[in-house]
Design a protein around this ligand. Structure first.
Ligand code: BMA
Length: 824
């Protein structure tokens, strides 16, 4: 019998210490360390540093990034019968020199790949010593930036000169941690004869059946023949590999169920077992992959309007309801499977179907993609390049190739993966951000986006669609000197990022754009009150008190918040009112944009909101804050992305009602559109039968009688099909005669929390219960509710413990409306 591969984790006995750099006194001595982990989590656990996420501890701890940190451990080893023993690091962040028993065995400089060293001859019976010495990531990046040539980028520190998550140097929503650490498991892998060095699995549907194809690359310790076996859904195939180190096997399955995205069907998955055995039959190595059968393409066939960017899964065009994803905790080692599951649960609650993993973050964990497969959340993954020009020379060039090979191979079998893109905003930056003059002929990354990645995807995962960047216009190319074809951010071609609204223009101007696909746009708002006050201890707490400024990273962020509010609402003075106003304006801005984009389907076939999540407590574009709480924006997404919606949209010649049915069932009913005074009196009515096919959006022009106001300041339009309705206000809230909200709140115990019934005696706009102020863990089922005089609605506030009192929920700090931002 040949012994099978074994993995022995080296996860105990670690300590760390500062070995060079500006560490305060005392940090040169050993501190107990957790592996996997990082410097910050270890120092926090040891009580040696304060929580970096509170107040201005970020700058108080910035020295951590300037320090060389050394991790060391000892372990016992006994000689076994294996041919090889490898020291395997699944992830190191980032620049290290590794020593085993005093001998240097390797050096690393890439957070985005794993490392393996053959150490059998260096191991000794009994106690062994392993030392991983990390170089300061700030100093290393600066040295490399000088060596490679300084290049333009959106941020001060050269995050482009090192293969480390760019946002760990800080971002316009992110704390700079500059952390270091052994961030994934490390251990000794013993094996004999051969092992599975690379396993690629593809599930290809065809008709009612499908094929599973497995490609393996072996690493061999000798020349013996080995047997490769694969099994899927009870079907097995085998081959003997006598020489060489590559093999392909396939099994055909007569009947498989298709995998569908959330909102389109179920997510059946199949386990594929891959086994390598010695000639005596004993298993040498085995691995499994869980796959789903679906095909996917992006329709980019030019039409009269330009070039669409339409995701098609199993021949079904998908209207993408997406969000951008950043690392869910700036100390990324803390992001557990459960945490990702909670985030994805919220994403599904918000009616989302796609997550774009943004290029300044990470290739996420296997947990992330497995959960996406399980839940039907589509994944668009950027290669890790963002908002900077990147050198194409070594050592960066080889690192980029190694990391791309490894991650394409790791991710390609996931049913959820529908797109790989070369970078975030670099194709655009090259054209519009003054890079050409600044680069003066230096490389900027074109080779990666236009040559390397497409050829690696073609070699390793030809079934996965690829686009050179985001934003991207189909037809865009690189001729060796310049980009050719349409502008990368041309709204008639492919995907766009829309940032002028937040940066300079009012959010009503989203309506001046009818792109084919929106991959980024967003509006800022502060985190929930509980998150804000947990993380910032300012007294007084004001929009510009010191901690608030530390936790607002966007350029001119507060100015843009104010400028974006004023066309719509009065600027409140009191902090809690300011907080509500900015949160509400964020939600309305994005909801308005989403209603508009969706109303243009199928010309526009998707919108990916910047951003779903936060990585610490901060004012940002996120819908869910750094303490995992939903902001009002979350409900804006949920409403705008509901399976069925009715909205009113301005169209050439007047207002129109747009009815959208993003379900598999036809929808017919009566569209009733009423023009009402704020007092509820009807001034005009229009009704017509509508009948929508599955996934159809239809536009109905409105007659002047309902579409034109007699008193713009005091009237609104309500359009409804069945229980689904939408509103249109003729005037901005601040220019309207919206009076104080007159509501009555009743509360009673319900399963899982408190059932709340709100009855409006006056017109009430965007009523929201900021329930985290009552109980930091409470979550409301709904928000941003508009009620006509006399109407009532019921929502569930989920929380532990006894029911919440109506008086608590109707406290003016908790029960908020747009009305209060209009009336003095
Ligand atoms: C886009 C993103 C991010 C950024 C966001 C908000 O540029 O790609 O880089 O955080 O805008 O400014």
């Amino acid at each position: 019998m040949t012994t099978p591969l074994t993995f022995h984790p080296l996860d105990s006995g670690w300590s760390l210490r500062a070995s060079a750099g500006p560490a305060p006194e005392g940090f040169g001595a050993d501190v107990a360390a957790t592996v996997p982990g990082c410097v910050h989590t270890d120092l926090l656990a040891a009580g040696r540093i304060p929580d970096p996420f509170l107040d201005d501890n970020e700058s108080a701890l910035a020295w951590i990034g300037l320090v060389d940190w050394t991790y060391s451990t000892t372990f016992e080893w006994t000689r076994d019968a294996a041919d090889r023993t490898d020291l395997v690091f699944e992830g190191l962040d980032t620049v290290t020199t590794i020593r085993l028993n005093g001998r240097e065995i390797g050096a690393t400089a890439n957070q985005h790949r794993s490392y393996r060293f053959d150490v059998r001859d260096l191991l000794i019976e009994g106690e062994n010593e392993l030392v991983v010495a990390f170089r300061s990531p700030i100093k290393y990046a600066n040295e490399q930036s000088v060596a490679l040539g300084v290049r333009p980028r959106a941020y001060a520190l050269p995050n482009d000169a090192i293969r480390k998550s760019a946002c760990s140097y800080g971002w316009d929503w992110g704390i700079a941690t500059y952390t270091s650490g052994i961030v994934k498991p490390v251990g000794l892998e013993s094996w004999s004869v051969a092992r599975l060095a690379e396993t690629r699995v593809v599930a290809t549907p065809s008709g009612d059946g499908g094929t599973v194809t497995v490609d393996v690359a072996l690493e061999r310790a000798g020349a013996d023949a080995v047997t490769l076996t694969i099994r899927a859904a009870g079907v097995e195939a085998s081959t003997v590999i006598t020489s060489g180190d590559r093999a392909r096997l396939a099994v055909d399955l007569d009947e498989v169920e298709r995998w569908w995205p959330a909102g389109y069907g179920a997510q059946p998955r199949y386990d594929v077992e891959v086994e390598l055995a010695a000639s005596d039959g004993s298993v040498l190595d085995r691995t499994t992959r869980r796959v789903g059968f679906r095909d996917v393409r992006w329709d980019m066939t030019p039409d009269e309007a330009g070039t669409p960017f339409t995701l098609v899964v199993n021949d079904q065009p998908i209207f993408v309801k997406g969000v951008n994803w950043i690392p869910d905790d700036a100390l990324t080692v803390r992001v557990t499977r459960d945490r990702v599951r909670r985030r994805f649960g919220q994403a599904l609650d918000a009616n989302l179907n796609l997550i774009r993993v943004w290029g300044g973050g990470l290739y996420e964990s296997d947990d992330f993609y497995e959960l996406a497969d399980e839940l039907g959340l589509l994944v668009w993954q950027d290669f890790l390049f963002a908002c900077a020009a990147y050198a194409e020379e070594d050592p960066l060039r080889s690192e980029v190739e190694a990391e791309a090979r490894e991650n394409i191979t790791r991710l390609a079998h996931h049913a959820s993966l529908v797109l790989l893109t070369g970078n975030n905003e670099n194709l655009w930056g090259y054209e519009d951000w003054g890079w050409k003059l600044r680069l003066d002929g230096k490389t900027w990354g074109a080779y990666y986006y236009y040559e390397l990645f497409p050829s690696l995807v073609d070699e390793l995962a030809p079934h996965v669609p690829y686009a050179p960047g985001s934003p991207f216009s189909p037809g865009l190319g690189w001729d060796g000197r310049q980009q050719t074809g349409p502008h990368p951010n041309d709204e008639q071609h492919g995907s766009v990022h829309l940032w002028e609204q937040w940066n300079r223009l009012d959010w009503t101007t989203y309506r001046t754009h009818t792109p084919r696909f929106v991959a980024e746009f967003g509006w800022q708002g502060p985190p929930t009150w509980s998150t804000l006050t947990r993380s910032i201890g300012d007294d007084p707490l004001t929009p510009e008190s010191p901690g608030m400024i530390v936790h607002q990273k966007a350029g001119e962020g507060n100015v843009k918040l104010t400028n974006g509010l004023l066309p719509h609402f009065r600027l409140p003075e009191a902090m809690e009112d300011w907080h509500w106003a900015m949160q509400l304006n964020q939600a309305i801005a994005v909801r308005t944009a989403l209603d508009h984009f969706r109303s243009w389907a199928p010309h526009t076939q998707g919108a990916i909101v910047w951003q779903l999540n936060d990585c610490w407590p901060v004012t940002s574009w996120a819908a869910i804050d750094g303490d995992e709480r939903p902001k009002p924006l979350f409900y804006g997404l949920k409403n705008a992305f509901a399976p069925r919606v009715v909205t009113i949209q301005p169209r050439e010649g007047g207002l129109a009602a747009v009815v959208s049915n993003d379900t598999a069932a036809a929808w017919s009913g009566e569209l009733v559109v009423r023009r009402l005074g704020f007092d509820g009196e009807e001034h005009g009515r229009f009704a017509t039968a509508v009948s929508l096919e599955p996934r159809e959006t239809t536009t109905v022009a409105l007659p002047a009688d309902v579409a034109e106001a007699a008193d713009a300041a005091g009237e609104l339009i309500v359009a409804a099909v069945d229980e689904v309705r939408g509103f249109w206000f003729f005037a901005e809230p601040r220019d309207s005669s919206l009076g104080a909200a007159d509501v009555e709140v009743a509360a009673e115990a319900a399963e899982g929390g408190t059932r709340v019934t709100v009855t409006a005696r006056s017109l009430v706009r965007d009523l929201t219960l900021l329930v985290d102020k009552v109980d930091p863990d409470a979550v409301a089922s709904d928000a941003l509710l508009t009620l006509l005089p006399g109407e009532s609605t019921t929502l569930l506030v989920r929380h532990e413990g006894p029911a919440l009192a109506a008086s608590t929920l109707s406290d003016p700090r908790v029960l908020r409306t747009a009305n209060e931002l209009v009336t003095p």
